[in-house]
Design a protein around this ligand. Structure first.
Ligand code: BGC
Length: 767
């Protein structure tokens, strides 16, 4: 059984080389045919020729080097910055000798970077790295530089910081995912970064998972649409002759660990995997994503990094991924140190390579190079297996344009922090803020004479941006530029004629007493990955106490939640006049929150996750019917399970939905059903409404979710204006679902379409 992967690889290689023999036969064709072939040769053919001839010249060491990614400390930043990735250390120069000797010794093809630096510093570093690399790489293969610019250029001190993905999901407008990708590429590529480890395509259904904010939310369709818009935006931009590669991560099942703690096991049945977890990756692959990163955790007790089934059978054979598969940080090593499925790192290396990993993000050691060489020399891993990976890596470099344009140039520095990028990030932030509650029309505030603001996030820049900002954990306030306005600072600028007091707990009652309203800005401090594991979903007691004191004063309380996941506030929600879920809106978060409080900006975000009401409410909107209409329906004390259900959010105007029209009430599998609805802005103010179309499959072989998002569209509406929203239902796409083998099932029967507060049934006839 253990040798099955080897056999399969050898068969694959045999088939591939057969193909090659046919295509590049040595027989001399007559000239006319030759000319015709030359004429018909595509860019891909030219690339393949280039790569084949390069591969022939490469030694085993070079091949292994291409499959290795070391971190920048290895490439020798200044003394004192050995652990520069993630620490925010801002070294600007590299140790050229150290870098040269690393390249000479290992012919390393890839580098992982991080930490806060200015555009000039980054550009200088990347230029030097490439210069030293090319001088020492035997075949002058450009090094590819990877980084986690996961919400805008978050490792660029003068870059544009977008909201995190959870917020982008809440905009329900793909334009924001697309512009985040586009501007990230413009800024990052201009300074010499090539490979961006984004987007996260796991679905955020574990509310305590510390990486929830890195997802587009809890819904599969939302993640797939936002993810592909981001990938297209990022990969389409060309800066100085080369472009950036996106990385769909973390394949697969990483986002729903049973415990909610990072990198732990997830029990996932195959039907769930195929229906809910695979589609965002499948759409990413269809959209041309160049790279994928593997899940550091395990599924059903099988660590994904060592799994041929997940990484080759599903990812490549079934889903058709042809690009580069990179391991996560030290995750090959963790097969023995953490997962304990091998006894030695060398066996882990064997397991991961045979499972299908192309590049090892080894960062801090070169053991991978040594072990892989030994494994090839011992003939346990055929060199042809390495060739498959090396070809993918060279194709990646070639297709990004790195062979022709390996260096960043000064000419593109004006791409960094352009007014257009700022506008895109500001708009994304504005549309990502969700107004959950607004009793007595508390918001917008009309000419308050005095306001009190309090809470641990009231005067914090880092609270707006969260983890992965200027440092891995994002929690070093000193690294944040003064130009980022905190909520307090932004309110002071927004409400010029209002006296605004930043209070502490001791003075809260006094200042609240003389204010028109109290604004409590709370939530979480930044964190990233396992460092954000928590024991309790509730908001910390000291923050709860502030809300209680504020509420106790009898003054209207406006609660603003800046956090990466929904911390439980329970009944306090009902006691605040207004509640805003702001998530992690990025560098313009303070400004847009102030604008929403003043009414300059109208809120239009809708929840991309279900915000639990009490700590027992760990459910997502698309659970099976039993959760919603089963026993819970009979509980008299059941006040609801969510402060904000998925897809809900208020604005400063109201909309009515009417005239839900279906083109038919019975359709056949090969027919389309056109549905339309009119949405009218019936309030006094303009607004943007995201119209969300859900479908309920009334009876299914597999238990069907209560409802599933199938389409969304957001439009601007003036007061009084009515717009028609349309959705064309294609049964093959919108009504079918995957079984446990990943095969689509399309079942006859009744379906309900739900939009706003309207719904209608139709029948699918598959006979
Ligand atoms: C994270 C990845 C990230 C990588 C490189 C890992 O710890 O899980 O998402 O891309 O580090 O920084």
């Amino acid at each position: 059984m253990k040798n099955l992967p080897i056999c399969l690889f050898l068969i694959t290689i045999a088939i591939l080389s057969q193909g090659c023999k046919k295509r590049y036969s040595n027989q001399r064709p007559d000239l006319s045919i030759f000319e015709r072939i030359a004429h018909e040769r595509t860019d891909d053919d030219r690339m393949e020729d280039f790569i084949d001839s390069l591969l022939l010249r490469m030694t085993l060491k070079e091949k292994i080097g291409q499959m290795t990614q070391l971190n920048e400390a290895f490439f020798g930043l200044e003394a004192g910055s050995e652990d520069a990735v993630g620490t925010g250390v801002q070294a600007a120069a590299i140790d050229r000798e150290k870098l040269a000797s690393t390249i000479q010794k290992y012919q390393v093809g890839s580098l992982l970077t991080g930490g806060a630096r200015s555009a000039r510093e980054w550009q200088n570093i990347c230029y030097q790295i490439q210069e030293v690399n090319l001088a020492n790489s035997s075949n002058r293969i450009p090094v590819i530089i990877g980084i986690d610019h996961i919400h805008g250029t978050n490792y660029l001190r003068d870059g544009t910081i977008f909201p995190h993905q959870l917020n982008i999901g809440a905009t329900f407008d793909k334009i924001h995912a697309n512009s985040m990708g586009r501007f990230t590429a413009r800024e990052a590529a201009s300074i010499g970064h090539h490979w961006n480890f984004a987007p996260v395509l796991g679905i955020g259904q574990k509310k305590n998972w510390p990486r929830l904010y890195e997802t587009f939310g809890e819904d599969t369709y939302l993640a797939q649409e936002m993810g592909s818009a981001y990938i297209i935006g990022l990969q389409e931009e060309v800066v100085g002759g080369y472009r950036m590669a996106a990385c769909a991560k973390h394949f697969i099942g990483y986002s729903i660990p049973n415990t909610g703690w990072d990198r732990t096991n997830a029990d996932i049945g195959d039907q769930k995997l195929y229906e809910f977890l695979a589609p965002p990756f499948q759409v990413a692959i269809n959209s041309g994503v160049k790279t994928v990163m593997a899940n550091s955790g395990s599924i059903n007790g099988i660590p994904v990094h060592g799994s041929y089934y997940y990484l080759t059978t599903i990812l490549r054979d079934e889903m058709g991924f042809e690009g580069v598969l990179i391991s996560d940080y030290e995750d090959i090593i963790k097969l023995n140190t953490q997962h304990k499925v091998t006894e030695h790192e060398k066996e882990s290396t064997y397991m991961a390579i045979m499972a299908g990993i192309d590049v090892s993000m080894t960062p801090t050691t070169t053991n991978f190079c040594e072990y892989l060489r030994e494994l090839v020399e011992e003939k346990r891993i055929p060199e042809e297996r390495l060739d498959l990976s090396v070809k993918r890596i060279l194709r990646l470099k070639y297709s990004l344009g790195l062979f022709d344009n390996p260096f960043p140039t000064d000419r593109y520095l004006d791409q960094v922090a352009s007014p257009a990028a700022a506008e895109a990030a500001r708009n994304a932030a504005a549309e990502s803020i969700v107004l959950l509650r607004n009793e007595y029309k508390t918001l917008p505030l009309s000419n308050p004479s005095r306001l009190t603001i309090i809470g641990s996030n009231a005067d914090s820049r880092m609270a707006l941006c969260g983890g992965w900002t200027y440092s891995w954990q994002g929690d070093d306030e000193q690294l944040y530029p003064d130009s980022i306005l905190t909520v307090y600072q932004a309110l002071t600028a927004e409400f010029e004629n209002t006296r605004i007091t930043l209070s502490d707990k001791a003075h809260l009652r006094y200042y609240a007493g003389i204010s028109d309203a109290v604004i409590v800005v709370t939530g979480e401090k930044p964190y990233a990955e396992g460092w954000g594991n928590i024991d309790d979903m509730r908001l910390p007691p000291e923050e709860m106490e502030l809300i209680e004191i504020a509420v106790g004063t009898g003054k209207p309380v406006i609660l603003i939640l800046l956090e990466g996941r929904p911390r439980i506030i329970g009944d306090l929600f009902d006691q605040c006049h207004a509640v805003i879920f702001a998530g992690l809106p990025g560098m313009f978060g303070g400004e847009v929150l102030a604008g929403i409080l003043s009414g300059r900006i109208y809120p239009s975000g809708k929840m991309s996750i279900t915000y639990p009401y009490q700590s027992g409410h760990m459910i997502s909107y698309n659970y099976g019917p039993m959760v919603f209409s089963g026993l819970n329906a009979y509980r008299e004390d059941f006040k609801g399970y969510a402060l904000g259900d998925f897809g809900t959010g208020l604005s400063y105007t109201n909309y009515t939905y009417s005239d839900l029209v279906l083109s038919d009430s019975v359709i056949l599998a090969e027919e389309k059903l056109d549905v339309s609805v009119n949405v009218q802005n019936v309030g006094q103010r303009e607004g943007k409404e995201a119209v969300l179309w859900f479908i309920r499959d009334e009876v299914g072989t597999w238990q069907r979710p209560d409802r599933q998002l199938k389409y969304f569209e957001k439009q601007f509406l003036l007061p009084g204006e009515t717009k028609s929203f349309n959705f064309s239902i294609d049964p093959e796409i919108h009504l079918s679902y995957s079984d446990e083998n990943g095969d689509p099932i399309l079942e006859k029967g009744y379906y309900t379409i739900l939009v706003g507060d309207l719904s209608a049934r139709f029948y699918l006839n598959t006979d």
